[in-house]
Design a protein around this ligand. Sequence first.
Ligand code: ADP
Ligand code: MN
Ligand code: MN
Ligand code: MN
Length: 337
Amino acid sequence: MPKFKLEYLWLDGYTPVANIRGKTKIMEFDSFPTLDQLPEWGFDGSSTQQADGSDSDCILKPVAVYPDSTRRNGGLVMCEVMLPNGEPHPSNTRAGIPDDPDAWFGFEQEYFLYEDGRPLGFPKHGYPFPQGQYYTGVGFKNVGDVARQIVEEHLDICLDAGINHEGINAEVAKGQWEFQIFGKGSANCADQMWVARYILLRVCETYGVDVEWHCKPLGDTDWNGSGMHANFSTKHLREVGGKEYFEKLMDRFKENMEEHIAVYGPDNHMRLTGLHETQAIDTFSYGIADRGASIRVPHSFVNADYKGYLEDRRPNSQGDPYAIAGRILKTINEVAV
Ligand code: ADP
Ligand code: MN
Ligand code: MN
Ligand code: MN
């Protein structure tokens, strides 16, 4: 029986942004284990801001498992953190989020690759050429010599894991990239996003490169920030839709504006300025094909008599996909169909 190397992954207790942690459990199975074969495990919560040293045990409850093609007999096990009494730990943002397998999400994760404290490919002092050639660019002067290798390696490992990438592209700033993940159900899609983030961090170790997830790492400059646009649809939006329902839904999104912003990632006021393809943080708007709106309505949606998916452009690159998907579905569920 082969011995499997199972990397149990969880989110720690740091705020406002949790880090992903992992440790390896060796277990024997006839073949790659299914979720129900995987036991709970534990860790020292006093080292992750999740417990006091005097009562340090936290429980890891497996919720999803993916093959890890970088290790012989490897697996990646996404976990929820539980208290010893079986309740979700306060840091557990996955437990209890609204979920529905017919609610589909497509997250567009943008991020910067960083080396020596600056974006990969930036000169030691000042800035590279102005933005313009980098988005979906090609050539050494636009993407350098390492970034694409990282991005491609990340993509292959994610596809091997069964993570449902839909695409990748170079972004508007030098050293900035994006990948898109589509998933059915809020927890399922968000699990895939967290594991994809983990894989990216791990790939980058080899190259001496870090991932900068902050939404505006270059501060108040003319350089784009990083978002995590959340595209979403429900069965009703896809199959029934209609202008009246759509307008009721947008009214509800407007009423809940602050609740949404609260979980759309830290420091978003730096990014949602009304410039650089964003709407201002204190304004809610929607518009057809409008990349300066809070919610972009694709042409295809209007052409299909208000059926299809919508894009919430406000979530940022550091946001927690569990909280984001859960909040979107909560607002949708508040609107009568
Ligand atoms: P853009 O950069 O133009 O905003 P992308 O192609 O990067 O668009 O991302 C669009 C995302 O929309 C994709 O990740 C895709 O998974 C998602 N998507 C497409 N159809 C649906 C749908 N019916 N429900 C939810 N998400 C969807
Ligand atoms: Mn995109
Ligand atoms: Mn983008
Ligand atoms: Mn987008």
